[in-house]
Design a protein around this ligand. Structure first.
Ligand code: FEO
Length: 389
């Protein structure tokens, strides 16, 4: 993809990674991603905001082939998908200053071995003149690392936000418009990496509220040309309100746990409670993260393996704990062969979840009528709790 004009003096650069399917060797990318960089050319100086993942260095360097001078490279975030090509850009423009937050300096030295003397740190709110354009840096920590910041370009009313408001989405479209899929991808991205820092994101939304901008230009996915839409979505995701939704990640070895899950889904649906199940044998954990953004309740379904939860359930529960969703209630259901300690072990896995435990329904072997009665009781309790949220 060639560089693309956004407005006079501002170009989108970067690489669309159509084929990448996994990030951090963990996060599924069903629709690829992009690494967006932006070139801002003022009357006196030129700045490049972010770079690209080092696997796509050649794309950015080709786009820079007609750019004679870069005075500043702005690193909003030290993670390598945005910073990894900085050393190559510095080799091409050895006099460029690398501009970053105070916390980012050591991280860029550690991760990229950039010479510290090339780095110029900026304070929260500091400005840098490019002549007829101004870069204003605003610290937005914990998106999702501690050093992150955004850049406001007041003359053109653009906010460059790196991971903040981003989406893992490979597309030829430069702008998000009203495309609902962009918002699902942005919610997935928020759930996967920003949700653990929900309070920090709330503060960051407040910090940028006074800035005037018509475009939000993240470093993954399309540019938000209707910024109110993504801002409203983020305000909803970081709010304390939860929806009438039960998320059930589960696995079943011989069918008993799945029978219990199916019964509970039906019992909840009959009571007007929405449910999403995730069979961990086949599920995309990004979909699970999306559901956890605003669900009120998690019910973990597991058979017992060597007295504890199935390893896939162990892993998903550990992930849910790390993502710190705003869940309010939790329960455990499942079947065991001859003995179990799943309640004790799962309870020990979720110290970050500030939830009320609604109980456990465990059965030995195939569920019996009294087990289904217990599941009805759990569904009654969940319905009552959800009526209060
Ligand atoms: Fe897109 Fe945290 O890097």
């Amino acid at each position: 993809m060639k560089a693309r004009r956004i407005c006079s003096g501002v170009r989108w650069m970067g690489a669309v990674d159509w084929n990448r399917r996994l990030f951090d060797a963990l996060i599924p990318l069903p629709d690829g991603t992009s690494y967006n960089a932006y070139l801002v050319k003022g009357s006196e100086k030129t700045a490049l905001l972010d770079t690209v993942d080092p696997t796509m260095e050649n794309v950015l360097m080709q786009q820079l082939s007609d750019v004679e001078t870069i005075d500043y490279i702005v690193a909003h975030h030290a993670e390598q998908d945005h910073s990894g090509t900085i050393p190559a850009v510095l080799r091409k423009y050895p006099h460029a200053r690398l501009v970053c937050s105070q916390k980012a300096k050591a991280m860029l030295v550690d991760h990229l071995h950039v010479p510290p003397e090339n780095i110029q740190t900026v304070k929260d709110g500091e400005t840098l003149s490019l002549g007829n354009k101004t870069l204003q840096f605003v610290y937005t920590p914990w998106v999702h690392w501690p050093e992150t910041m955004v850049t406001h370009l007041p003359e053109d009313k653009i906010l460059f936000t790196c991971d903040f408001f981003g989406s893992h989405l490979a597309t030829s479209g430069l702008y998000a418009g009203d495309n609902p899929y962009v918002y699902e991808a942005a919610k997935r991205y928020y759930g996967e990496i920003m949700m653990p820092f929900r309070k920090a994101i709330q503060n960051n939304l407040t910090k940028i509220a006074d800035l005037e901008f018509d475009l939000i230009a993240p470093s993954h996915g399309p540019i938000h040309d209707k910024p109110a839409r993504i801002l409203d979505a983020y305000r909803d995701w970081v709010s304390d309100s939860v929806s009438n939704l039960v998320v059930i990640p589960y696995i079943s070895m011989h069918g008993s746990t799945e029978t219990m899950v199916d019964y509970l889904v039906s019992a909840l649906a009959e009571r007007g409670v929405n449910v999403q199940t995730f069979n961990l044998e086949v599920t995309d954990i990004g979909k699970l993260a999306i559901s956890l953004v605003d669900a009120a309740t998690i019910v973990i379904g597991t058979p017992t393996v060597h007295m504890g939860p199935h390893p896939a359930v162990f892993s998903a529960t550990h992930l849910a704990n790390a993502l710190r969703p705003k869940l309010k209630y939790a329960a455990i259901i499942g079947s065991y062969g001859w003995g179990t300690k799943v309640v004790e072990q799962i309870s020990g896995l979720i110290p970050n979840l500030k939830v009320e435990i609604l109980g456990a329904v465990l059965c030995k072997g195939l569920p019996r009528p009294e087990d289904f009665t217990a599941l009805d009781g759990l569904a009654d309790t969940i319905k009552e709790k959800h009526s209060q949220v």
